[in-house]
Design a protein. Structure first.
Length: 202
């Protein structure tokens, strides 16, 4: 998908290309936001390129279920990525832009090929199920800016081996690491005063 005649002036609308047969997408500079479910379930989609770093937002479910999406470089100036936006995608690595404040619910849920995640220091919250069932994720570096890790964040990350919780975290929520059957090392800071059950590490 290309538009060589000026492109869209504003967003790519909600459900614009949902369930389409697109294989490659080049998003022009004129686009400033990606609507809800815009590319959801585009099973043939393998590659997405943004020609501008000034995409403000990628809304919820935008690329959900794009199971063959192997490569995407997120625009560096994005300030919001909605829940489930990349749930079920097929990429192996992702770099989250510096302007994002939280990793939303189920953002990378069931990204079963995901191995490397780069989280910026702008992130304060990892929300519920954000990395649920990321079965290839072995290590993740959580920046010291993160103060809240919600329940089930890393549930069923069966390859996760090492994790260090940042010093602003005060509690470990129930089921956060449930199903992390390969977990060998976890560093818990002295700021943590409560580990909430049940099944936090079950």
């Amino acid at each position: 998908m290309k538009n060589s005649e000026g492109g869209w002036k504003c967003p790519i609308n909600d459900y614009e290309f949902c369930n389409s047969l697109l294989s490659n997408v080049v998003i022009p500079k004129s686009v400033k936001s990606i609507g809800k479910s815009a590319f959801k379930y585009c099973h043939s989609l393998t590659y997405v390129q943004f020609l501008s770093d000034y995409i403000r937002s990628i809304d919820e479910y935008a690329f959900r279920g794009c199971k063959n999406l192997k490569r995407i470089l997120l625009p560096t100036k994005a300030s919001y990525i909605g829940q489930y936006a990349f749930s079920g995608c097929g990429f192996t690595n992702i770099t989250i832009p510096d302007g994002i404040k939280s990793i939303e619910n189920n953002l990378f849920d069931s990204c079963e090929s995901l191995q490397i995640v780069k989280i910026p220091s702008s992130i304060a919250v990892l929300k519920i199920y954000s990395f649920y069932n990321c079965t290839s994720l072995q290590n993740i570096e959580i920046p010291p800016s993160v103060s809240v890790i919600e329940t089930r964040t890393f549930q069923n990350c069966t390859s996760l081996k090492n994790i260090e919780l940042p010093p602003l975290v005060t509690s470990i929520e129930k089921i956060t690491f449930c199903g992390c059957s390969s977990l060998e090392n976890i560093t818990i800071p002295s700021s943590v005063t409560i580990i909430k059950g049940p099944h936090t590490f079950y």
